[in-house]
Design a protein around this ligand. Structure first.
Ligand code: BES
Ligand code: MN
Ligand code: ZN
Length: 492
């Protein structure tokens, strides 16, 4: 997709040359910011009851009088915020979907909150890039018959001359993040028989080759040697070989402590011997979405080349029942030395993550963030809007929350009181892998916390946000935007 900023000439918006002009309108005073043909058109369509200034509403106008662009789409935004702008752009692109539009120019009519403040800033530009990528993404790998998408090839953001340069940079950042999101979606949408641990490792290696990252892939033998007894216990029920993937992005000086991102990469989670019910079990192919978000974030890093060091760790395997599978009651020895009683083989994410977290110690990290579709309980708690954020570290938690807000990929902080840890007591090991049903997302985080003594740490439970079910079933690519913003906040 070609994304650029466009400064209108003397004729203003009415003179913009594009196949379609998308005019996002926020608030009833927005009309005052428009020149005659468009101001009149907006006023008349509102008066006639054809266009309401309610979020989500759009109006298509063919060959509008006095306007150079042969098509006009009015799209109402709830307010002048980047979030409302993004929603309105998405609705407008939806209205253009089946038309022959190759080049759309997007303009924003709104009055600034404060006198002199810019209506359109870098966050709007970034949001536009994300909305365009979202509207044009189509999954094809195992469905080549998927209908042709929109013809859209180029999107311009109409802006002042003074803002053009900064907005251009923000469009590029938005596009880099969008490419990361798309990679994450492409990986996560692939079925479990295509997206295996080996496939994830190949994706990492391909990224490494494309952008010059160091990529290391460990197999069963190396992982055994490291003493990752918890990871192996999950993998051993499957014929599909496990992979432990290490990516390194080196944008800062050698000695600079890296940010470490740890992704849960269960390429299919049947539950193991504690097998899941059949309904919707197919969605457990998405149980590698944490891993996909690490790959997606590295993709964005490759495009943006920030001055920061980042390590990506992915623990990838399947969780299946078999004659070799781990059983309830089995006791494992983790890489940290702590023993774990497996009370439920379906609580496998924390088992692969705990060994990956111990492995992270060797990088002397500035911070470690793990990303995992960890608990159904988190879906119950937060639904699909916000990812669950868990961290005993105020500063780190604040930084992640802020990154989520800025990226329009929000999280919500959950509690981690010490008392929650008591649920994980075991008579046969240092820790049990599950607690009672209540507070399940929190006890999962408390389990992980036991393996994070050596560094500052946060955990993102993305079970509700990484994919959508139902008719729109598919990966969202979240939380690549949050993670990219977070990593960029560490750049010099
Ligand atoms: N991958 C699942 C979590 C999950 C479930 C994500 C449903 C999205 C939708 C995870 O491995 C799991 O099975 N967790 C169990 C933990 C329980 C056994 C303590 C769960 O949430 O039921
Ligand atoms: Mn599970
Ligand atoms: Zn799982």
């Amino acid at each position: 997709m070609d994304l650029r900023s466009l400064v209108p000439g003397a004729a203003g918006l009415a003179g913009v040359a594009a196949d379609a002009l998308v005019l996002v309108v926020a608030g009833s005073e927005a009309q005052q910011t428009l020149e005659p043909p468009l101001a009149a058109l907006l006023a008349e369509s509102v008066k006639a009851g054809d266009f309401e200034l309610k979020p989500g509403r759009t109006l298509y106008v063919h060959r509008p009088a006095g306007v150079k662009a042969p098509r006009l789409v009015l799209a109402a935004a709830a307010d002048a915020s980047p979030k409302a702008f993004k929603t309105a752009v998405a609705a407008a692109l939806g209205a253009l979907k089946s038309l022959g539009v190759r080049h759309a120019a997007v303009a924003f009519a709104a009055t600034a909150k404060e006198e002199g403040a810019a209506v359109l800033d870098d966050r709007h530009a970034e949001a536009l890039a994300m909305a365009v990528a979202d509207a044009t993404y189509i999954y094809r790998h195992t469905k080549p018959s998927a209908p042709e998408g929109a013809k859209l090839q180029k999107v311009s953001l109409v802006c002042d001359k003074a803002a053009a340069n900064t907005l251009k940079k923000s469009l590029a950042r938005g596009q880099a993040i969008a490419e990361g999101v798309t990679l994450a979606r492409e990986c996560a949408n692939r079925p479990g028989n295509h997206c295996t641990p080996t496939f994830l490792a190949e994706q990492a290696q391909a990224l490494g080759a494309q952008f010059g990252f160091k990529v290391e892939v460990l197999g069963r033998k190396e992982v055994e040697k490291l003493g990752m007894g918890a990871f192996i216990a999950v993998a051993q029920g499957s014929e599909e070989p496990l992979r432990f993937i290490v990516l390194r992005y080196e944008g800062a000086a050698r000695g600079t402590a890296p940010v470490v991102l740890v992704g849960k990469g269960i390429t299919f989670d049947s539950g193991g011997i504690s097998i899941k019910p059949a309904g919707e079990m197919d969605e457990m192919k998405f149980d590698m979405s944490g891993a996909a978000s690490v790959l997606g974030t590295f993709r964005a890093l490759g495009e943006l080349s920030p001055k920061v060091n980042v390590v990506g760790l992915i623990a990838a395997c399947e969780n299946l029942p078999s004659g070799r599978a781990t059983k309830p009651g089995d006791v494992l020895r983790s890489m940290s030395g702590q023993t774990i009683e497996v009370l439920n083989t379906d609580a496998e994410g924390r088992l692969v993550l705990c060994d990956a977290l111990t492995y992270a110690e060797r990088f002397k990290p500035a911070a470690v963030v793990d990303i995992a579709t960890l608990t159904g309980a988190c879906v119950i708690a937060l639904g699909g809007q916000r990812s669950g954020l868990f961290s005993p570290d105020e500063e780190l938690a604040g930084r992640l929350l802020q990154a989520g807000e800025a990226a329009l990929d929000p999280a919500w902080r959950m509690p981690m009181d010490d008392e929650y840890d008591e649920a994980l007591k075991s008579n046969f090991a240092d820790v049990a892998n599950v607690g009672p049903r209540g507070g399940g997302a929190i006890t999962a985080a408390m389990f992980l916390k036991r393996f994070t003594k050596a560094f500052r740490w946060a955990h993102l439970d993305i079970a509700g946000t990484a994919w959508k079910g139902g008719a729109a079933k598919g990966a969202t690519g979240r939380p690549v935007p949050l993670l990219t913003h977070f990593v960029l906040s560490h750049a010099r």
